[in-house]
Ligand binder design. Structure first.
Ligand code: XUL
Length: 521
């Protein structure tokens, strides 16, 4: 009975999910939370706090310790020798900088030492910038000027130069620490770094995650000479190959066979980014479905029939691991913003949910743009929400109204920012931590005037990875895997209850609030 493993290396945790494609069941699911399970790294939400100048970094050794804890846990729930296919996904854009020892070490991992012990001497940069980093404003401007403007960068790479994307991050490293940069022999994404370790070779970057770097040309899916040159000298030498999402990298490294009891013949499929993986795991890798993922960041994405770029410059085009491309819009102020409003009133999640029954859609004109940290959709530097409404609301005296306003503001803003994709979704697939909350799902249905559906499986990133592995290694069709694993949760459908124009006023208020702040769309 062949088992398939999917790994989800996300911002706050590392999770694993094993599927059995014969019986169509999930055999095992485990997770390691960076803050809770690895407190020694002092990263309660998975990143180092108090970074300066918009820097948000994480310790790559923490990811490695988490991977080992995860596999240890997993080996206690399931016989890992039954696994025949493995893939994974990483938080997008984060980068790992390695010196030339990397090539030897990754090839010859020693199962008597930990991954972290062996990899520590390979790091040419101690910490990894992650997607929450907004420190590269100047570098984005430099890359844009050198390539010939926003439109040109967007045509080539699928996005304008974006602060959190890996290219601008690499450029900043090159400028601020040229010695360490020249010591760097390889730059990996979180996804390709972990894939390399699992397979024991220097693995390629896939077109899904690779397009989040401002370095890959989305017309031909090759590194783009002009973008590379605009970013840092001799960059091509430091980048792995690019490969499509259906590439098998090779058998699992002996390290994991010896340490955790994997089967030597288990094959590793190239890893991808968490969003492209979720597209597959939601059964949405063919055009026609829209996914909203509610996580640390909220994201809105869909497989695209053709490549359209966002004229506002906030959206992105990535490779679709199932072939073709996908669009994505990312919102930094996702679950941390919802949590912030909840905590401000000392509410638990039940009280948070109950707030939607004491208030009504449109919230009597009380509107919030809950941007507790700098937002990227649209790009605006804020540390506190923008509010409009009654005096009591504006002075945070109305708990329930504030909670509704936070969620309504998030999704009305999401609708405004995703209009460029020209999608008229009839069904929206909701996933991620907060997706099981019916009150939130109702706001999504009302704002988008579309049916909202949840899947039985919550870990769509890990599931997408497992499905991709089963597809490439065992040749099982992704559509068939979707029928098996991506079924809607019974009674999970939420229909719109409000009329189509209910949120028109909210949308106008949000647009006015943003223009009063000079947001750069
Ligand atoms: C996407 C993005 C985030 C990360 C973390 O562009 O920055 O969604 O992938 O989840």
């Amino acid at each position: 009975m062949p088992y398939t493993l999917g790994i989800d290396a996300s911002t706050q945790s590392c999770s694993a999910l094993i599927i059995d494609t014969d019986s169509g069941t999930i055999v095992s699911e485990v997770s390691v939370n960076f803050g809770k399970d690895l407190p020694q790294y002092q990263a309660p939400s998975g990143f180092i706090t108090n970074g300066e100048n918009g820097e948000v970094h994480a310790d790559p050794l923490m990811w490695l310790d988490a991977l080992e804890q995860l596999l240890d846990l997993l080996s206690k729930t399931c016989d890992l020798s039954k696994i025949t296919a493995i893939s994974g996904a990483g938080q997008q854009h984060g980068s790992v900088y390695l010196n030339d020892r990397w090539f030897d070490v990754v090839d010859t991992l020693d199962s008597t030492a930990t991954l972290a012990e062996q990899l520590a001497p390979c790091l040419s940069r101690k910490t990894s910038p992650i997607w929450m980093d907004s420190s590269t404003n100047v570098e984005c401007a430099e890359i844009t000027a050198s390539v010939g403007g926003d439109q040109r960068v967007c045509e080539k790479s699928g996005s304008i130069a974006v602060e959190r994307f890996t290219g601008p991050q690499i450029r900043r490293f090159y400028k601020t620490d040229p010695d360490a940069f020249s010591n760097t022999a390889r730059i990996h994404l979180v996804s390709s770094f972990l894939c390399s370790l699992l397979s024991g070779i220097d693995a390629p970057i896939d077109t899904g995650d690779g397009a989040g770097m401002n370095l890959l040309n989305i017309q031909n899916w090759h590194w783009d000479d002009q973008l590379l040159e605009a970013t840092a000298p001799n960059l091509l030498n430091s980048l792995p190959e690019v490969a499509t999402g259906n590439t098998t990298v090779g058998p699992i490294a002996q390290y994991f066979v010896q340490k955790y009891g994997f089967n030597s013949n288990a094959q590793v499929t190239i890893f991808t980014g968490d969003n492209p993986s979720s597209l597959v795991g939601m059964g949405a890798s063919q055009p026609g479905k829209v996914v909203i993922s509610l996580g640390t960041s909220d994201t809105f994405f869909a497989a695209m029939p053709e490549v359209v770029a966002d004229p506002q410059g906030c959206g992105h085009v990535f490779g679709n691991p199932a072939g073709g491309s996908m669009s994505l819009q990312c919102f930094v102020n996702g679950s941390l913003a919802r949590e912030n409003v909840k905590d401000r009133f000392g509410y638990d999640w039940d009280a948070f949910t109950a707030a939607f029954s004491t208030t009504s859609p449109n919230n009597h004109g009380n509107v919030m743009l809950p941007f507790f940290s700098p937002e990227i959709s649209p790009r605006i530097q804020l540390e506190a929400p923008l509010l409009s409404g009654s005096n009591d609301f504006m002075t945070w005296k109305l708990a329930d109204e504030s909670i509704r306003a936070c969620v309504e503001g998030q999704f009305v803003n999401m609708k405004l920012r995703s209009n460029w994709m020209q999608l008229q979704p009839e069904v929206i697939y909701l996933t991620g931590g907060a997706s099981q909350n019916d009150a939130i799902a109702q706001v999504v249905a009302d704002v988008f005037q579309a049916k909202v559906q949840r899947l039985a499986v919550t870990g769509s990133v890990g599931l997408g990875a497992a499905m991709r592995a089963a597809n490439t290694v065992h040749g099982i069709d992704l559509l068939d895997l979707g029928d098996q694993f991506c079924q809607p949760l019974a009674d999970s459908i939420v229909e719109p209850k409000t009329s189509a124009n209910t949120y028109d006023q909210t949308a106008q208020t949000i647009t006015a609030l943003l223009s009063s702040q000079n947001a750069h769309n």
